[in-house]
Design a protein around this ligand. Sequence first.
Ligand code: AMP
Length: 286
Amino acid sequence: MTLPIICDTIPDIRKAVDTARRAGKRIGLVPTMGALHDGHARLIEAAHKDCEFVVVSIFVNPTQFGPKEDFHRYPRTLDEDRDLCARAGAAAIFAPDAAIMYPPGFRTFVEVQTWQDVLCGAARPGHFRGVCTVVLKLFHIARPEVAFFGQKDAQQALILSRMVRDLDVPVEVRTIPTVREPDGLALSSRNRYLDPEQRLHAAALWQTLQAARQLIEKGERDSALIERLMKERLAAVPGVRVDFASIVSRESLAPQARLQGPILIALAVFFGSTRLIDNLQMDVLE
Ligand code: AMP
């Protein structure tokens, strides 16, 4: 197993990518914030299947965190991350400091209007502006053919797909399914903040999504009713504060009174100060 090279400057990663490209290799990019787990490993493996040279970026991006959020305590585990990247098939890690990505004088941001303001964006103003800006920068730095994102952050994947279409970015955005613990909890770097009791109760997110799916499969189409049942179910879980439980169209991210077509059922809850999200996609035929 060869360890991936670690590049912490833009010229270094560009040089590594250019060498690989000249050797005829297809470039895949997996953007992450590190503290890597099996969800990230599946993304890197998917990239490795399709691309001979996989770059994993590890960057805790300050512009996507709110002032009261966990930027400073976000786990940073570069040594373990490097081992996981090696096992999953990455060739290079791009792990820059914030001052490399945002040098003094930086003042340019990318926004996907209105989509950035709903669901997670309503609770986290500026979050998706930070995500879009850093991902577009990473696309320009690594110039991948394909970039891989997790369904776990469904709104992020939809917004980034919109961004590449709107700005004619020559990168294919691919999404892979959410990787879960045996009890259904979606893997997340933030799960390590949970105490044992919170961890036990965190399975409620996936159970609530499943309950919503069952209602829809049985023919329920009243979006407001399903949202209310989801919120009630989540609110009954010890230690939970509900942020949102919503159903929107995957095409417009807009709410629907009566469910139809490609939908996203998404929810976010707080356990203390730890915010967890999850979602489920469905295609409602009639
Ligand atoms: P993060 O490091 O949390 O910013 O995530 C980096 C990438 O990994 C994003 O595209 C996430 O959607 C994806 N990801 C995170 N958790 C999971 C998971 N449980 N299953 C699949 N992909 C995930």
